[in-house]
Design a protein. Sequence first.
Length: 558
Amino acid sequence: MNKNGADLIVDTLIKNGVEYVFQLPGGKLGPLLMALKKREEIKVVTVRHEQNAGFMAQGIGRMTGKPGVVMTTSGPGALNLVTPLATATSDGDPVLAIAGQVPQAKLVTPYPQNPNISGVMNDSTITKYAKEIQHTDALADEVANAYVSSINGNPGAVFMDIPGNILLAETTKSGLAFSTLVNQLDNTISDEAAILSAVEKIKAAKRPVIIVGARAADDNAAAAIQGFVKKTGIPVVETFEATGLLTHEFSQNYVGRVGLFNNLPGDELVFNSDLVITLGLNLVEYWASVWNTDNKRIIDIDTVVDHLDETYLPDTILLGNIAKNLKNITNSITEQAITDEWKMVVHDLQEKLTAKKKVPSQTPEDALHPLEIVDSLQKIIEAHPNTTVVMDGGSHEVWLGSYLNVYRPKHFLMSDGEQTLGVGLPWAISAALLRPEEKILSSGGDGSFMFSSQELATVAHYNLNIVQVIWVDKEYNMVEFQQELDYNGQKEGVDIDYIGYKEMAESYGIKAVRVRSKEALDAALKEAYATSEPRVIEMIEDNHENIHLRDKEPFKKY
C-alpha cells in the first residue's frame, strides 16, 4: 500500500505504543491528521489551545515516563508550544512535539505562518533536540532519535518541524519499532566499589537524611526506597514533585517536604544532618545553595550528574538505575538503627510539622482558611486513596505542596521547574485519560486557573472524571504577598476581577457549586466523589495567612 511521510510517522508512533496525540487542527497539520484517521490505535484529543495540548503531552510524560505526543500546525500553532516544552524540559518530563510546516520551497519566502520554528526551539533550556526534517525517508529514523533523546539522561522535550511536501511525499519505508531498545536504557548500575563506598559513608554518619527527588518518583524506586528505609531507619524528606514515595507504614521516618522557601520542618532536618543521600534529585527542585551551606557529605544516586558547583560536589555518585543501585546498597548494608539523638530530632520536627498543619480554632465565617481546605482535601483523599492530585501554580500550590499527603508515586503532580501557571487542568485531563477509574482532583487559584480554563470544554466533551477546585481570592496572591514583603507593604498590578466560576463551569455543561465554609466544602467533595462526571467547586478563600508562607525563623541547631 502506498504511504506518505505522515503515514510513516504515525506507523512509527503506533509501533512504539503511543496511545494519545493532543492537537489543535491547522492547515499544515492536515497530512498528519489524515494519517491518524486511517488508524484506530491512537486516540486524537482535540483541545482549545496549543499550549494546553503541550501541557497535556507533558502530563502523559510525567505519569508514564514515556514521551507524550503533541502535534500543531505551523507559525503561531508551533510557537504556542514554547512554554510547555520549556516547562517539560525544566521539570524533567519527556515530550515529543511535531509541527507541520510550510513546504520547503516557501521556507525562505514571505509566506504566511512561516517563522523559523526549529531555530526558536533549538535552545537547550526549551528542548533537548530540535530539527527541521529534510527528507521523507528519514522520518522514522528521526522519530526514533527524538524519542530516545527525550528520555535518555534527564528527560525533557524534543521537537520535529516537518515541511508539508516532506509529509505528503510517498515512501517505501516502514515505521521503526525501538521500544525494546528504549527499555534497555535503564539497565545500567554502578560497580561494587562505588556501592561499598556509599555503604561505608552511610554507616559512619550520625545524622543521615534522604532527599527524594523527581527522577526517583516511580513505583520501582518507591519499593527500593521503602526497603532501604525499613532496613536503616534513615529519615526521609521529599521535594514537592517527588511526593508519594512512602506509605503510611513509614510515618515514623517521614518529615515532609523541602524546597521553595526553605522554611519547613523538612528543611530544618536537612540543615541538621551530616550526610545527605540524594535520590533522583533534580536541583531545580531544591537548589543546593539553599541546603548545603556547610559542605555536608553527599551521596548522589541518580540517572545523570546534575549541575555541579561549590555547594554540590557529591562525595560518591552512583549512576544508572536508581532502584537497582539502591537495592544493591540495601543488600550490602547491615541492619542498623539511627541514633537515639537523631530519632529525637526527627520526632521534634515531625511534631512541628503537625502543628503547622493544624486548622486554627478561629476561622473566617464567610471564607475558607487555607488549612481548612487542605484538611478537607486530605480527608477525601484518605477516604478515596485512588486519587491523583494535580496542582496549578500559585499560593494554593505552596499550601498543598507543603502539607497535603498522598501515598502513591506520580499521584501528586506539580511544576517545580518553570512553576508555570496553567498546567493544572491540562495535566488533569491527561491523568483522567490515563486513569479512567481514578478520581482526578485538580487544584487551581482564580489566577492560574484562567490560563487554561477553556479546557473545561475538553473536560465536558470527553466527560472526564475530574473535580476542579478553584481557590478564589481575586488577586494574583503569590505575587501580591511577596510584593508586600519586598516593597514595604506596597503592591501593584496584582488585583483581578471576580468571575462567577460556578456559572462559567455550568455554561460548559459541568455541574458546579460555590462554597464559603468547611462544612459546605466537605459536602461538595463528597457529592463530587459519588459520581464519575466532572465537577467544579468554587471556594471563596481567606488569603490573609498566605503572607506567612514565606516566614522563616533561624533554624534550631540540634
